[in-house]
Design a protein around this ligand. Structure first.
Ligand code: ADP
Ligand code: MG
Length: 270
């Protein structure tokens, strides 16, 4: 009998989930937040997850980030089955393999940017000096080399989110997860954060981002749309019909602004 070599984790997708379900119990009621989701994300991919409010985006991200356990289904992270991990291993995976960025930044208000970014390393084997050095490097990487000793309330919204990105990156995670990272930022600042994500992606970082905004999703290579706890579509960004529609409408708007008169497409439609 020929035994096939076990697939080495090095060739495994970053994320592989099958028939994933998450049901919340609210007293006697049950909320089916995820109703059977299959999703594979390769290393170095940049994926946007979209969908209406309540469609299960955050639930999915929390499961992907090992912040929450699914009710049923399989999840392999870099080829390793998450459901078989004990509490200790799970905590270490969460700390080292996953970088999480939240809409509301979630920084410690009394700690400097440097301290906030150093924290994830306090539980690792890196010594205190090494942790400081890594935190400095992460802050420089997000363009905050000159703001290390500022506390969150001494920073702008965009700078706070950069600190949060540096904190997510400081352990060199294999996956960067961001749940509506531009949701609390004005559009210009949001653009800056997305430009930063683009750079990280070019450097090889695997990124999964939840967003409501088509222009933010447009930076990703692929758009996964959730609806009522299920994947409704999963397409390369240029082939996504909703995104294409949005692009066309945006192009018309720009043309109108430039020409100062309605575009032929709009005239035809009226
Ligand atoms: N901790 C929870 N307990 C009960 N229901 C929840 C909980 N978290 C989310 N839900 C419900 O699960 C569904 C999906 O929520 P969520 O994943 O937060 O959606 P989204 O991020 O797409 O807005 C919603 O109906 C929501 O009310
Ligand atoms: Mg959400």
């Amino acid at each position: 009998m020929i035994r096939r070599a076990a697939k080495s984790p090095a060739d495994a997708p970053a994320i592989e989930i099958r028939s994933l379900r998450k049901t919340y119990r609210m007293g006697v009621e049950r909320v089916h937040a995820l109703r059977g989701v299959d999703l594979t994300i390769q290393r170095n991919e940049f994926v946007a997850i979209m969908g209406p409010s309540g469609s299960g985006k955050s639930t999915l991200m929390n499961v992907l980030g090992c912040l929450d356990r699914p009710t049923a289904g399989a999840y392999r992270l870099n080829g390793r089955p998450v459901e078989k991990m004990g509490a200790g291993e799970l905590a270490s995976v969460r700390n080292v393999e996953i970088g999480f960025v939240f809409q509301t930044f979630e920084l410690l208000p009394r700690a400097s940017a440097l301290k906030n970014v150093t924290l994830p390393l306090l539980y690792s084997r890196t010594g205190w000096l090494g942790a400081r050095r890594a935190a400095r490097r992460a802050l420089e990487r997000v363009g905050l080399g000159d703001r290390m000793h500022h506390r969150p309330n001494q920073l702008s919204g965009g700078q706070r989110q950069r600190v949060a990105v540096a904190r997510a990156l400081v352990t060199n995670p294999s996956i960067l997860l961001a749940d509506e990272p531009t949701g609390n930022l004005d559009s210009t600042t949001g653009e800056e954060i997305i430009a930063l994500f683009n750079t990280l992606h070019e450097e090889g970082q695997t990124i999964v981002i939840v967003t409501h905004e088509e222009d933010v999703a447009g930076h990703a290579q692929r758009i996964v749309r959730l609806h009522d706890g299920r994947i409704r579509s999963d397409l390369p960004t240029p082939s996504d019909p909703i995104h294409r529609d949005w692009l066309e409408r945006a192009a018309i708007k720009i043309k109108d602004m430039g020409a100062g008169s309605p575009s032929p497409a709009l005239e035809a439609a009226s």
